[in-house]
Structure formats: C-alpha cells, structure tokens
Design a protein around this ligand. Sequence first.
Ligand SMILES: [Zn+2]
Length: 207
Amino acid sequence: MAANTVFWFLEQLSPSLCMACDAHVPKNTAFCAVCVASIERSTHIHSPFLYGGAVARALTKLKYEVRRDLGPMLGRLLVLGLGNALDERFDVVAPVPLHSDKLTERGYNQCVWLSRAVAHASAIEHDALLMRRTRNTEAQAQLGIRERETNVANAFTVRERRRVANRSVIVVDDVRTTGATLRACEMALYEADASRVRTLSLCLTPR
Ligand SMILES: [Zn+2]
C-alpha cells in the first residue's frame, strides 16, 4: 500500500495490538510495520485487497478465534480499500448470509461488520437479514472451481421480496475466490426483482 494511505488508516483506528500478529503497537496503530508491508492491493476495485499476509491473518482471527473486536476494523479497512469505487447510489447493503447451522456454531456472521461499515460510510440502509442461506455450503474450500459453482448455486434466497424489488442492492462477502458465492447471491437478488446489484468483498484470492 502507498505510505500515505497506510498512515491515514493507522490514524483512524486505535487497538494497541497488531490486528494480525498481536505484537504491541503504538496507540492508534492497526498493524505493526511488518504486517503493513504484507498487505497487497488487488486490481479488482470491488475486492480491494489480495487474500494473504496480515489481512488473511486478521480475517482468520475474526472468523475462527472469536476476535469480534477485529470486525469493525476490517470493515474500515474495506471502506478504505474501496475508496471511490462506489460511485453510484444504492438503496440497501446486505452481507452474504451464513447458514443458520453455521451461525449457531460461530455465533456471528463476520460479513456483517463489513457490510455495516460500507453502509455507514455511504449513508445507505443496512439490512443484515435481507438474504437467507438455504443450504449449508461451507465446504467450498475443498472443491474445484466448477464444483464450487454447482455447490453454491441456488443456496440463497431473499427473506422478503418487497425489501428487494425495484431496489439497488450491495452484497458484501469477506473473500472472493471464484466469485461463485457472490454470483449466487446476485442471481437470488435479481430473481427477487432487484433493480441493480453490486458485489463487494474485502479480499480477492490471488490466482
Ligand atoms: Zn503485526
């Protein structure tokens, strides 16, 4: 990342431990210098960071080590990374939903912090319950590209069609790998007559 961008980001946040490696850092610093250097921008304007380094470590802690405190900070990182990428107006922002079994197991949907930060930054309505995951498709990581697409297709629905019909919607995921999950959400939203859909994620898996 460009140094001025990093400094801007560091000024916005105030943990006293590095979000990725837990090293002690000065107040108002999100990542230690080593971790900052590991953050890579992606070329996808709607998925601003490459999945890896400090961003991947912080996301892993949020998802698997119950580090809820990292949620708002990763949300702000997404907003920073997006910059002016959202140049159109949208009506509502929603996270990619977890299946209810997964939600019970983890206790929270990590994508909610990301979608909430986007909604807050753009002053758009946030609806964490806009969509529902009807099938538990969590084993995506073990699957190939084609299998992922099949596995996740039709896994999402909208809860209330009237909340989506004729509205423009942003849907937010943590990591975009093949894009299959976000495409499946997009299809479900268009099936419910969304007027326009934008898909965002914090990270893009490098190919
Ligand atoms: Zn660190």
